[in-house]
Structures are given as structure tokens and as C-alpha cells.
Design a protein around this ligand. Structure first.
Ligand code: COA
Ligand code: AMP
Length: 636
């Protein structure tokens, strides 16, 4: 019998599509509901139906209270491991619950009630987890903004979410650099027409900041007063269909999309995934090495492991340089993690520093069972290297901010399917993944097309964009009627394995971070000397892709082009943030275009990547491509 025959996957997936209500209704039995759903799925509600309508629940209760009541009070819930601050801090379920109850009461004192939005602009510290769970406890809707985004990006999110309260910190720690948050927060609030009523600031020992009188409050002071006064907030019941959080992600314009996550569907799908997909049992130690600012961090540093009664590791460090390429193995071995989830880029960075895997052999990894990769395509050489070095299954899996959990993966708990390098394996329950042509016609196995998901989407996937139903329809549901458009392109093979090859829009993936080149072009175009520009992702050995900007200067500009290039690099860092890793701008005389005026981005990318390319038949002037080639050679 081969591995595939032993797996329950095919039977489970088929049932989830044949009888979605039965399947998710059963999965929902693992959740503590205040009132059960009136309907497991109501096709009449929302943009494509809603899950668990009429149910009343509390997400924080399912993450903490029920485990404390059920015998896990003394089990460690969260391990904060920070090589950047030289500390390891552990919280039991009881301790974490105490912190959350206290902070939730503080939030109530600020007048935060169910449905209010709260923004977090925070580094990877346990207080951020406490704040997210405290929001969930009182029904407030959190929106976490990744620390590597600049003030303007934070301002856009403040403007859109209209938060009553903002949580932030004095600083974040990056290798060799302290990121001061307060100036960024000040600038963002100045730029936004919407002002929060208050900010709660965590003063970190490494560097404190000056608080703005009348606006900022010291986190530790509020906490100690609340603890002395024995303040504590109870769970506020919310509807399963009420929003738990908004997470902004890059769209095809500079304006990010506020992906909404609901309470009920999120609880059910994430709880289901911890054993069935990741093979982790309650009580075991699990590590997701992402950042809380990304969806992977929301789902798998915080929510899913806590729903499951597992121990979750939160890591403030990098794969290399904190202090060396053995950092990951130190964490796995020291805390006895059974499974680890990271992005392929981290492995490429480790492989470059430690190609022989010497650091790996310095640690006892005997408890470690599985490595999961996501966030970008897992290139086969990286997967092979990881397999050879770690001697455990290396599982690529594919998902998006919009879905909140895995679309296609290899379900360890149901019985692992054979791994095919280059494929994240097969659709998870509730996902009918099709590959279609432009007319939404399903394509045969092996044919490349747009990857779409048949509606309804399973629980946890986005019900809508924050206060933007029309934009949600337009972005995801209109182009292929009856389907959700993933904006990824790829194919399926004869065995139903999915291959995700790249985006169909302007999104690029830089070190596992999702960025819009359209957004960067808007920034470049705002420079007074730039007449025209194009930004595209070009291959990078570590980060997968990095952005590269091509500029055409306005007629009559007398400044040296190198100065303008330096300006725009600084401008992207200032407006979008360091995470964009925008370091390369090249001035050219003209941009290659079709006769109808469309910039030939695809061809420029092939030239930049050194891939074979053919002269597009519709090109306006073929000589322009030679000029681009020469400019790239000069920079190489
Ligand atoms: N706050 C402030 N700045 C941040 C930041 C944060 N939270 N996170 C990153 N940055 C900054 C970095 O300091 C860096 O700035 P620099 O240009 O001054 O060096 C820039 O943003 C790019 O950061 P990063 O993408 O982390 O690249 P890097 O060159 O510092 O490190 C890797 C490269 C591969 C080691 C790193 O990208 C990595 O660990 N990637 C894994 C990503 C991941 O797990 N993603 C989760 C998605 S599932
Ligand atoms: P994000 O919303 O930041 O999680 O980014 C989602 C996008 O990252 C997807 O649409 C894909 O383009 C890409 N992506 C994520 N995981 C994978 C994977 N395993 N294989 C290929 N692409 C992936």
C-alpha cells in the first residue's frame, strides 16, 4: 500500500464538497459556542453566503478561558523567544488569560465597545498578542499594521478603519537597527483626517520614547493600576458573522484592501487545521516564524495554536544573523517544537550561510516532525535542500491573506500524500480549486490558466472587504462568475495536484511579503522629475523577487539621473516602508510599449531575469528593448 492509499484525504475532501453543511457542522463541534448556529451555511446572506449564521460565540474564550477551565491553566500557551532582546519569556494559559482580562478592562475604560476598531502598530512582543486577544474578548475589531510599513501606510489604514484606540510601542528591534515607532505613529496620525481618541504605548527597555500629552498612555502604568484595582473584563458574546479583525493587504492600487475575518468560520476552520493539516496535537509545541503583521502570524502564531490548546512560539529574530544560521534550530530544539512554519526565503538565506547544514547538526531536533513552507512559491532546490538537511517531510502549502488559512496543502493529520516538488499538493476541505481560461471555462490537467475557487468559499475566508462590498465583488467575484478569483496563475496535474506559478496582477512577493508594484509606481510618479515609470519584480536569489523601477525623466530635467534614482529609492522607503526592499531604480530614455501604449512589463522582466524572450509583435519601437538591456547590463 502506498502513502496515498492510506490517506483519508480523498474521502474527506470529497465529503466536504458533497455535504459542506454536514462537514463543517461536525468540525464546529470542537468549538465552544454560546448559542449554536441556526444555519451552518446561509446562502442568502452576504456576498456569497455566510457560515454559522445566528451562532453566538467569543473567540478569546475559545483561545484561553476554555483551556484554563479544561485543565491547561498551567500549560505554557506562549513562548516569546527574542534573540534581538536576549530574552525568553513564557506565559501559561492562566497567565495569558489574566493579562488579556486586565487589558480588555483597560480598553473598556477607554470606552472601547463591541464593533469598535483598534489598530496595533507593534513589534513582535507578547503584549501584541495580549492586545489582539483583548480585542477579541470584548468584541472590538483589531487591525494589525506590520511594523515595516511607513507612516503613510499606517495613515491609510487609520483613515479606513477609524480606530478608537491605537496600541504601539517605543521601538522595534531589527538587526543592527532600532526602529522608533513613535515618530512614525505621530506622522501617521498627522497625515490622517481620522484621529484616535487615545494611544497606549509600550515602553521597551532598549529604547523608550516621549509620550504625547493628552493622547498617549503608558502601557505598564495602566496595567499596574488595573492589576491593583483587580480590573477584569468578561467575554462579550458576538455573532459568528461579526468581524474579528481587519487585515490590510496590497491590492492593485496604492490603496490597500481591508480583508475582513469573521469570528465563527475562523474558529472552526483554524481549529480543524491544527491537527488535520499540521498534524499537531493539543499540548504540543508549535512554531510559526512569521510576523503578527501578516495573516500567517494572525492565524498560526496566535489563533489556531491557542484554539487547539497547543503551545505557540513567537520569535523576534531572523533566520540568520541573530546570531547565526543556527537560530531556527536553536529555537526548535530548546523549546521542543514538533512542527515549524516559515517562508522559503528564510531557508534560502540559511542555505547561503550554511550550505552544508553544519549548524543544524549542533542541535537535538529529535522532537521535530514537519516543516511547513508558504508565502511564496517553494522552489524545488530549496525544498530538496531542506529535506536532505532536516530529514523530515517538507510541506509547501498555498494560501492568501483573503483565505486566512491554507487553500492547497498536504494534510499530515489525515495521512500525508506523496510530495511533488513545485506543488503545494491538493485543495483543503471546502475548496474546489479550478483552473480556467478567460471565459471561466475549466481547462484540462496540465494547462496553465487562472486559478479560481468555486463559491462558496469555506469558513474563515473573507466575507467582504471592510465597508467595501462593491470593491470586494469587483476584485474577486465579477471576472469569473460563480468563482473567487485568486489572482494566481498555474495548473493542476492528472492527480489533482495544484501548481501555483505566479500572480496575474501587479503583486510581487518580496521575501514572502506581498507588495503592489502599482503602489510603488504611484510613489515614483509623485517625484517632480519623473515623467513615466514602471516597477516590476525581478529574480533575487534570497528574496525570490525584488522590485526594480525604471524611470523616464521629464524633458528639461537638468539634475543627474543618479540623484533622482537615489531620491526615489528614499521616497519608497519613506512612503511605503523598508519592507519593500526597493533599492534599484534605473533611468532609461523611453519605456518599451505596445502600439496601443501598454508598457511591456513582461518582456522587461524576462530581459532583467535573463530568461529567453521574443520580440513582441505589437511593439512600438524594438530599439527601446535594447536600451533597457544595456541599462540593466550596466547595473549588473
Ligand atoms: N519593522 C521595521 N522594519 C522591518 C520590519 C519590522 N517589523 N521587518 C522588516 N523590516 C525592515 C528590515 O530591517 C529591512 O530593512 P533594511 O532595508 O534597513 O535592511 C527591510 O525591512 C527588509 O526586511 P526583510 O524582508 O526582513 O529582509 P532582510 O534583508 O532584513 O532579511 C530574510 C532577509 C530572508 C532573512 C528575511 O526576509 C526573512 O526572514 N524572511 C522570512 C519572511 C517570513 O517569514 N515571512 C512570513 C510570510 S509567511
Ligand atoms: P499573502 O496574502 O501575503 O499571504 O500572499 C498571498 C500570495 O502569495 C498568493 O496569492 C501567492 O501568489 C503567494 N503564495 C503564498 N503561498 C504560496 C505557495 N505555497 N506557492 C506559491 N505561491 C504562494
Amino acid at each position: 500500500m502506498n502513502i496515498q492509499e492510506k490517506s483519508r484525504y480523498h474521502e474527506v475532501h470529497a465529503r466536504s464538497l458533497r455535504d459542506p453543511q454536514g462537514f463543517w457542522g461536525e468540525a464546529a463541534l470542537d468549538i465552544d459556542w454560546i448559542e449554536p448556529a441556526k444555519k451552518i451555511f446561509d446562502p442568502g446572506m452576504g456576498l456569497y453566503g455566510r457560515w454559522f449564521t445566528g451562532a453566538v460565540v467569543n473567540t478569546c474564550y475559545n483561545a484561553l478561558d476554555r483551556h484554563v477551565a479544561g485543565g491547561r491553566a498551567e500549560q505554557v500557551a506562549l513562548i516569546h523567544d527574542s534573540p534581538l532582546s536576549g530574552s525568553v519569556t513564557k506565559f501559561t494559559y492562566a497567565q495569558l488569560l489574566h493579562e488579556v482580562k486586565t487589558l480588555a478592562a483597560i480598553m473598556q475604560d477607554f470606552g472601547v465597545v463591541k464593533g469598535d476598531r483598534v489598530i496595533l502598530y507593534m513589534p513582535m512582543v507578547p503584549e501584541a498578542v495580549v492586545a489582539m486577544l483583548a480585542c477579541a474578548r470584548i468584541g472590538a475589531v483589531h487591525s494589525v499594521v506590520f511594523g515595516g510599513f511607513a507612516a503613510k501606510e499606517l495613515a491609510t489604514r487609520i483613515e479606513d478603519a477609524k480606530p478608537k484606540l491605537i496600541f504601539s510601542a517605543s521601538c522595534g528591534l531589527e538587526p543592527g537597527r532600532i526602529v522608533q515607532y513613535e515618530p512614525l505613529l505621530d506622522e501617521a496620525i498627522r497625515l490622517s483626517s481620522v484621529k484616535p481618541e487615545a494611544c497606549v504605548i509600550l515602553q521597551r527597555p532598549r529604547q523608550s520614547c516621549e509620550l504625547t500629552a493628552g493622547r498617549d498612555h503608558d502601557w505598564a502604568e495602566l496595567r499596574s493600576k488595573a492589576v491593583a484595582a483587580k480590573k477584569s473584563a468578561d467575554c462579550v458574546p458576538v455573532l459568528a458573522t461579526d468581524p474579528l479583525y481587519i487585515l490590510y493587504t496590497s491590492g492593485t492600487t496604492g490603496k490597500p484592501k481591508g480583508v475582513v475575518r469573521d469570528n465563527g468560520g475562523h474558529l472552526v476552520a483554524l481549529k480543524w487545521s491544527m491537527f488535520n493539516l499540521y498534524g499537531v496535537k493539543p499540548g504540543e509545541v508549535w512554531w510559526c516564524g512569521s510576523d503578527i503583521g501578516w495573516v500567517v502570524g494572525h492565524s498560526y502564531i496566535i489563533y489556531a495554536p491557542l484554539f487547539h490548546g497547543a503551545t505557540s512560539i513567537m520569535y523576534e529574530g531572523k533566520p540568520i544573523g541573530t546570531p547565526d544560521a543556527g537560530a531556527f534550530w536553536r529555537v526548535i530544539s530548546e523549546h521542543k517544537a514538533v512542527a515549524f512554519f516559515t517562508a522559503p526565503t528564510a531557508f534560502r538565506a540559511i542555505k547561503k550561510e550554511d550550505p552544508e547544514g553544519r549548524c543544524i547538526r549542533q542541535y537535538d531536533l529529535s522532537k521535530f516532525r514537519t516543516l511547513f513552507l508558504a508565502g511564496e512559491r517553494a522552489d524545488p532546490p530549496t525544498v530538496e535542500w531542506a529535506e536532505q538537511q532536516l530529514k523530515v517531510p517538507v510541506i509547501d502549502h498555498w494560501w492568501q491573506t483573503e483565505t486566512g488559512w491554507c487553500i492547497a496543502g498536504n494534510p499530515i493529520g489525515l495521512g500525508m500524500l506523496p510530495v511533488k516538488h513545485g506543488s503545494p499538493t491538493v485543495p483543503m476541505p471546502g475548496y474546489q480549486v479550478d483552473v480556467v481560461d478567460e471565459a471561466a471555462k475549466p481547462l484540462p490537467a496540465g494547462s496553465m490558466g487562472s486559478i479560481v475557487i468555486k463559491l462558496p468559499l469555506p469558513p474563515a475566508c473573507l466575507p467582504t472587504l471592510w465597508e467595501q462590498d462593491a470593491r470586494c465583488r469587483e476584485a474577486y467575484f465579477n471576472e469569473f462568475p460563480g468563482y473567487y478569483k485568486t489572482s494566481d496563475a498555474g495548473y493542476k496535474d492528472e492527480d489533482g495536484y495544484v501548481y501555483v506559478m505566479g500572480r496575474t496582477d501587479d503583486i510581487i512577493n518580496v521575501a514572502g511579503h506581498r507588495l503592489s508594484t502599482g503602489g510603488m509606481e504611484e510613489i515614483l510618479a509623485s517625484h517632480p522629475d519623473v515623467a513615466e515609470c514602471a516597477v516590476l519584480g525581478i529574480k533575487d536569489a534570497i528574496k525570490g523577487e525584488v522590485p526594480c523601477g525604471f524611470l523616464v525623466l521629464k524633458a528639461g530635467v537638468t539634475r543627474n539621473s543618479a540623484e533622482v534614482e537615489k531620491d526615489v529609492v528614499a521616497l519608497v522607503r519613506e512612503k511605503l516602508g523598508p519592507v519593500a526592499a526597493f533599492k534599484l531604480a534605473i533611468t532609461v530614455g523611453r519605456l518599451p510599449k505596445t502600439r496601443s501604449g501598454k508598457i511591456l512589463r513582461g518582456t522587461i522582466k524576462k530581459i532583467a531575469d535573463g530568461d529567453p524572450w521574443t520580440m513582441p509583435a505589437t511593439i512600438e519601437d524594438p530599439k527601446v528593448l535594447d536600451e533597457i538591456g544595456d541599462a540593466l547590463k550596466e547595473r549588473a
